[in-house]
Design a protein around this ligand. Sequence first.
Ligand code: CO
Ligand code: CO
Ligand code: CO
Length: 346
Amino acid sequence: MKVDLLKLVEYGGCSSKIPAKQLEEILKFLPLPSDPNILVDIDTHDDAGVYRISDELALVLTTDFFPPVCSDPYEFGQIAAANSISDVYAMGGDPVLALNIAMFPAKGLPLQAYSEMLKGGFDKATEAGVRIIGGHTIDDTPPKYGLAVVGFVHPEKIITNAGARPGDRLVLTKPVGTGIIMAAQRMGMAEDNDVEEAKRLMKLLNKSGAGVMKKHGLKGATDITGFGLAGHALKMAKAGKVSIKINMREVPLIGKTFNLVDDGCIPGASFRNLEYSETDTLFAADLDYNLKMIAFDSQTSGGLLMSVPEEKAETVISDLHLAGLTSASIIGEVTEFREKYLILES
Ligand code: CO
Ligand code: CO
Ligand code: CO
């Protein structure tokens, strides 16, 4: 029996995150732990927490899990694992260990689908050099899968949301549009080659991009996931107390992403992301509507967004291209804070 996981979910991947606005409401009552060895906590909305063990070693801890974003269990497992591990790469860390987090209906689906999903996660983790040494499962519908990941980083080489500096160029390593393409697929509107490309990109580890960041000693980065390019850029701008300007025409897109928006293919998560970011964003008067909605498209296992000192930008781009990230582009710049944290133009 061929299993189609998408038949079980309303929305999958990172678009199933709790909307950022509600998340802030929930978290604001939670006290922050205080410990001098906590180097990064949720205060800067970073991709992972970082804890110092010694002057040479800190632990990077993160977890992500979500419902299926594609039909095939093995591919879903690969994507979920690549997405979970990405947060360690975004912090400049080397991922080392992981635990499976899995929810799956014990009845109604062949158990083999479950095995395939976990095998997809295992293979992707192995590709990243990560050993999965345990996990936890719950009987639940729809299925959900992801990893809790531990990585190592040198305490002085942490890359954070707060590291963007005025004058920096913004570099994005993967094209945008996975939310729109995968939603279009479910409506029978997407072309097969666009779906294949979206899945290839979601499975692609951010390992090579992270290698380039480390080589050039970059200080500021994040990865693009549920809150979309604009949402994650906004979090960087706030954490660094700077303004970030993105020229949406420079943002590489997957296949027919732009046209699919014309055809009305805008996932609900885009509107929630827009609503959250609106008050802190300046929209250029001539900003194209499609590009505006694409900026808020929820990405699953998206690329790295790096803040790169101007003099290094061209070399970083050519190193990323050499590493196989052929769409990597400069999409904007960082300035002193003025008026709004995020400026979207086209
Ligand atoms: Co992240
Ligand atoms: Co995450
Ligand atoms: Co347990």
